[in-house]
Design a protein. Structure first.
Length: 319
């Protein structure tokens, strides 16, 4: 997440320079002000938190070197953060506040499509550049020349997921469980279903079940899906499902590697398998944990080599 956000900020700075040249820099001629429309509270606070941390790292790095050079002059960066509460209406209000009251020259975020689509409309109408780090819904940027993204689209990741399941597992049928109130989840679910049935035939998505964002119990939907006996289940959802699992206080959770560490950190026993769950990661707060876990054997072998154990083993084998 942090690495992606830094890349987004570099792109935003490039966009902001054009707006900066045209609009000026407000009352303080030595400062470039950029706004952040983030999910700091609500359903996915870790997303906004990671974005803010990344922004602060970049700002400190640039400002410590005297600022950002524009036309032979260096300008300090000032970042203004607004919390959109992970709500569509709040995202619009946050965007308008950044534009009309904070007088920013460009905006980073929102991240989630549910907030990015309406906020993008406000930014485009006011001709203020906006870049979303990982809103994959096409409607975020569609017919909006002032709105940009730093990630792939749902029409890309939906077919990739379908191809992966068919080739990796030889799956002939699939089921989908998605959040009906989330533009990202709903849009990706619909694209996946269309792509799967295009490849495998009509009716091969044997279950297409939805839930609400705040729902705690998915037993009814899962009962229907299990009864349909799909070869593969596609669940496009956000990380906050981890918290819902925690709230249920289960004795054991069987999960994929991506969720094992966050659950274990919350005191929940897990049994995980690399093969159990696969995920497209385009902005994941525990990506570092996943990489640490996946590369542990390689680092262990390197450490043994550094300690001379490989030499000792070869010498013992030669005796």
């Amino acid at each position: 997440m942090k690495k992606m956000t830094v890349k987004v900020l570099v792109a935003v700075l490039a966009l902001a320079l054009g707006s900066f040249a045209l609009m000026g820099c407000g009352k303080d001629s030595d400062v470039i002000k950029i706004g952040f429309n983030l999910e700091l509270t609500g359903d996915i606070p870790k997303v906004g938190e990671a974005s803010k941390f990344a922004a602060e790292m970049l700002k400190e790095d640039i400002n410590s070197k005297g600022g950002l050079e524009v036309g032979g002059k260096k300008y300090k960066l000032e970042f203004v953060y607004q919390d959109n509460e992970a709500k569509a209406e709040s995202a619009v209000n946050a965007a308008l506040k950044l534009i009309t009251q904070d007088n920013v020259v460009a905006i980073v975020g929102p991240n989630s499509s549910k907030q990015a689509i309406p906020a993008g409309g406000a930014c485009n109408d006011n001709q203020v550049p906006m870049v979303t780090p990982w809103s994959t819904n096409p409607d975020t940027t569609k017919d909006r020349p002032w709105v940009f993204r730093a990630c792939f689209l749902d029409p890309f990741q939906g077919p990739v997921a379908a191809d992966f399941a068919a080739k990796q597992f030889g799956a002939k049928t699939a089921a989908v469980l998605f959040d009906i109130a989330n533009d990202y989840s709903k849009g990706l679910a619909e694209i996946f279903k269309a792509e799967w049935e295009k490849k495998s035939g009509a009716g091969t998505v044997v279950g297409f079940e939805s839930h609400g964002t705040k729902d705690q119990d998915f037993s009814a939907q899962l009962t229907k899906i299990i009864a349909a006996k799909p070869d593969f289940i596609f669940i496009p959802d956000n990380y906050n499902q981890v918290q819902r699992i925690y709230d249920l206080k289960p004795d054991l959770v069987i999960t994929g590697m991506a969720h094992a560490n966050p659950l274990e950190a919350r005191g929940i026993n897990t049994k995980w398998s690399v093969e159990f769950t696969f995920a497209q990661i385009h902005g994941f707060t525990n990506a570092r944990d996943i990489l640490e876990l996946a590369t542990r054997p390689l680092r262990r072998n390197t450490n043994l080599k550094d300690l001379g154990w490989d030499k000792l083993v070869r010498e013992e084998a030669a005796l």
